[in-house]
Write a protein that binds this ligand. Structure first.
Ligand code: SF4
Length: 407
């Protein structure tokens, strides 16, 4: 975005007021593919009606299905794969400014920024097409990431959210060893950065050094997002996750014993081809026992060229939806219980915006967009968005907490 702005284009987020639409697509699962295609079709409709001049499509879906998409939607002016920033700039008549590499313009408010620490993935998960689209794991050097984070901090970023296909694999390609803990340590030295949050950790061979760094470094949120996908050994084996049910359970115990007040977020897939009623029962039971603070549930979708493709898609969409709803129903009470533990406590809250009669913010326990929020009545105090406040939590439901600013 910085590159677009510095080429004298006006970057806006209202597609109805733009000349050119750049659509960044996702091709991860069926639902994401559908959403991407609908967005492209809407843009093409706007172009036909003369409301916009150009439609450019980039990202994973375009990387994976460029030929099919060109044939099916010829009205699109150009298709690019992932990380083709220079090509996109050339297409709209701009030029890559190399001196600005590493500098960013954020699309949202500056206080929170995602930091992509690596791209691609070396894991062989049977259901996943991401390695086909993104290639093998490639880490960005520590000094590049520190420079990017310093730039963000100077522009008022206070929370860094580290993302990658697998954050725990960070460094192994360029340093010969996994070293997410070293990256965390370096990033935490940057003035102005108050929270660093690790997303998308992989459960197999989870690095102990990372657990130690999270536990001991006050800037690293005691929060782990770790997609587990299932708990039945036969499903995990077929999924090629490289981890067993016992190992997962040991790891979760490890997090809870070594990281004070750790919040664990995970995701599961239901309706995988060999998930029988019994396997699903094991998953329900595990979710009841493990009491994760938050979970997300996806339904399995069959993806071409993945190793599970040959297993077909024997479980009906109806059953998959029922299983998903059942898990979410189980989790409801557990999330409520997790929130109740916080009621009565004073928490540091990053306040982000106002909605009606509430200021809305997050504690270290909540990642943006996927977790809950703290709602604070606006009559309490005039606040500055993007700042931290001490908030006393006085009530909660299964999603959100209610609090009052204290001094
Ligand atoms: S870890 Fe597995 S699910 Fe995640 S991106 Fe890699 S292959 Fe896909």
């Amino acid at each position: 975005m910085k590159q677009i702005n510095c080429n004298n284009f006006n970057l806006i987020d209202d597609p109805n007021k733009a000349d050119t639409l750049i659509i960044n697509t996702c091709g991860f699962i069926e639902a994401a593919k559908e959403e991407s295609i609908n967005t492209i079709l809407n843009a093409v409709k706007q172009k036909k009606e003369g409301k916009i001049k150009k439609v450019i499509v980039a990202g994973c879906l375009s990387e994976r299905y460029a030929d099919d998409l060109k044939e099916e939607i010829p009205e699109v002016d150009a298709f690019f794969g992932t990380e083709k920033y220079e090509d996109i700039l050339n297409e709209i008549g701009g030029k890559l400014k190399r001196e600005l590499l590493g500098e960013r313009t954020l699309s949202g408010p500056p206080h929170t920024a995602y930091l992509k620490i690596s791209e691609g993935c070396d894991h062989p998960c049977s259901f996943c097409a991401i390695p086909l689209m993104r290639g093998l794991h490639k880490s960005k050097p520590i000094e590049v990431l520190v420079k990017e984070a310093e730039f963000l901090a100077k522009n008022n970023t206070k929370e860094l959210i580290l993302i990658a296909q697998d954050t725990t694999d960070y460094g192994k390609d360029i340093y010969g060893e996994r070293c997410l803990h070293k990256l965390l340590s370096e990033l935490s030295k940057i003035d102005g950065i108050k929270w660093i949050r690790v997303m998308y950790a992989y459960p197999s061979h989870f690095p102990q050094e990372v657990i130690k760094e999270i536990a001991e470094n006050p800037k690293i949120c005691n929060y782990i997002d770790i997609p587990l996908q299932h708990i039945s050994d036969s499903v995990l084996k077929s999924m090629r996750r490289g981890v067993t049910s016992n190992k997962i359970k040991e790891l979760i115990t490890d997090f809870r014993t070594k990281i004070p007040n750790v919040v664990i977020r995970t995701t599961f897939i239901v309706g995988y081809p060999n998930e029988t009623e019994n396997e699903f029962y094991l998953l329900c039971k595990y979710i009841e026992e493990a009491k994760f603070d938050r979970i997300g549930v996806f339904t399995f979708s069959v993806e071409e060229n993945t190793s599970s493709y040959i297993l077909g898609n024997p479980i009906s969409e109806k059953v998959k939806e029922e299983r998903k709803n059942k898990l979410m129903e189980i989790q409801k009470d557990i999330s409520h219980e997790s929130n109740q533990k916080i009621v009565g406590k004073n928490m540091d809250v990053l306040i982000e915006r106002q909605e009606g009669e509430f200021y809305v913010g997050r504690t270290y326990r909540d990642a943006p967009e996927v977790d809950g929020e703290i709602l604070i009545p606006t009559n309490t105090k005039k606040i500055i968005f993007g700042n931290f406040y001490k908030v006393k939590i006085y009530d909660c439901n299964e999603y959100d907490l209610f609090g009052k600013i204290v001094f």
